[in-house]
Design a binder for this molecule. Structure first.
Ligand code: NAD
Ligand code: UD1
Length: 334
């Protein structure tokens, strides 16, 4: 089985390539390297011992995409390629709408044209908006607070409509909670572009001395200790969730939350990191970040029941692996 992985040199895509190869799939990678590095493909090859066809293309480019479909006999597509920085999406909405929506349309149409029936899409827990936790797949979606989030809701809608009109086209909409950590080799992981926006990479950069204090955004949320609650999930567990979605071969449109089902506060994550690594993280409390919600965690029963998938790696392992990659980072990506 041969899978086209768009965004395959990015954070989640690169880990998914490894999980797919471990499960016996072959992969073809397409990425424009706008938020990732070419070295990653070499590291995936090194870890898996497999040769991987790599195309440096923009997946909004119909001709370039069709060229890959013509050249390789594909059995499915996992579409990770997308822009994902919430703050940047507010400053550059048209860039986000164009990149994330056109790429999805181009790939879905290529699948229909070439008779490829399995499509897996990277959605996000952000589509739930400020719903009541835990978030369940059957909930009505609420508006998100930014163009990035809207692109995910719109792409979900587009793919549902295409699948409805084309009954042989199966779509998995995977709603990720907060992916963190890295492959245990320490050779691939998250590479933030500039100062990190997300919590775990910020913590690891404080630990290594690239950042000063961690700023904790808000300490008067209605949560256990006043700081925001999220559902952190190890990126390798998330990657294995994609393999489970592909192998389940369910028909029609399937939506799955990929998280642990456990809520963790910012302070709890800081403490878990300190316990896991022995490094103290200095922090200060600052105002809430606009657009943040108090709590976000998954109901994970559907993925467990229908895919047989559960996240196995604990918070300590997530912290250990994120830290290992941070320490290796300058060596593996020179
Ligand atoms: P990432 O930025 O590390 O990876 C995305 C990859 O897509 C990058 O390598 C980038 O170069 C590539 N890309 C972007 N636009 C492209 C285009 N038009 N053509 C070709 N390549 C293109 O991000 P990630 O964290 O691995 O996220 C993967 C997907 O999962 C994204 O769609 C993201 O929105 C979604 N997602 C991520 C998170 C998260 O916390 N990381 C949470 C929910 C959903
Ligand atoms: C953010 C995005 C979300 C996206 C997700 C994954 C926003 C508003 N939301 O989610 O759309 O899907 O990243 O890319 O940007 N925190 C701090 N200090 C920091 C960083 C974060 O206290 O320096 C807190 C946040 O307030 C939050 C928690 O840590 O409570 C997790 O934040 P983050 O890692 O950015 O993820 P999300 O906010 O869940």
């Amino acid at each position: 089985m041969n899978i086209l992985v768009t965004g395959g040199t990015g954070y989640i895509g690169s880990h998914t390539c490894i999980a797919l190869i471990d499960a016996g799939y072959s992969v073809v990678v397409a990425d424009n390297l706008s938020n990732s590095k070419r070295e990653t493909i070499e590291n995936i090859k090194y870890i898996t011992g497999q040769d991987i066809p790599f195309y440096e293309i923009d997946v909004t480019d119909k001709q370039a995409v069709e060229c890959i479909f013509r050249k390789h006999k594909l059995n499915g597509v996992i579409h990770f390629a997308g822009l994902k920085a919430v703050g940047e999406s507010i400053k550059k909405p048209s860039t986000y709408y164009e990149n994330n929506i056109i790429s999805t349309l181009v790939l879905a149409k290529a699948c229909l044209k070439f008779g490829i029936n399995q499509f897996v899409f990277s959605s996000s827990a952000t589509v739930y908006g400020e719903n009541e936790v835990p978030f369940v797949e059957t909930m009505d979606l609420l508006p998100t607070t930014n163009p990035y989030g809207e692109t995910k809701s719109i792409c979900e809608r587009i793919l549902k409509d295409i699948a409805q009109a084309n009954p042989s086209f199966s779509v998995s909409l995977l709603r990720y909670f907060n992916p963190v950590g890295a492959h245990e080799s320490g050779l691939i992981g998250e590479i933030p572009n500039g100062p990190p926006n997300n919590l775990m990479p910020y913590i690891t950069q404080v630990a290594i001395g690239k950042q000063g204090k961690l700023k904790i955004f808000g300490n008067d949320y209605p949560t256990i200790d006043g700081t925001g609650i999220r559902d952190y999930v190890h990126v390798m567990d998330l990657a294995e969730g994609h393999v489970a979605a592909l192998t389940s071969k369910r028909e029609g449109v399937q939506i799955y939350n990929l998280g642990t089902g456990q809520g963790t506060s910012v302070l709890q994550l800081v403490r878990a990191f300190e316990e896991s690594t022995g490094i103290k993280i200095s922090y200060e409390m600052v105002d809430c970040r606009p657009g943040d919600i108090a709590a976000c965690y998954a109901d994970v029963q559907k993925a467990r029941r229908e895919l047989g998938w559960v996240a196995k790696r604990d918070l300590k392992t997530m912290c250990r692996d994120a830290w290992r990659f941070e320490r290796n980072y300058d060596q593996v990506l020179k």
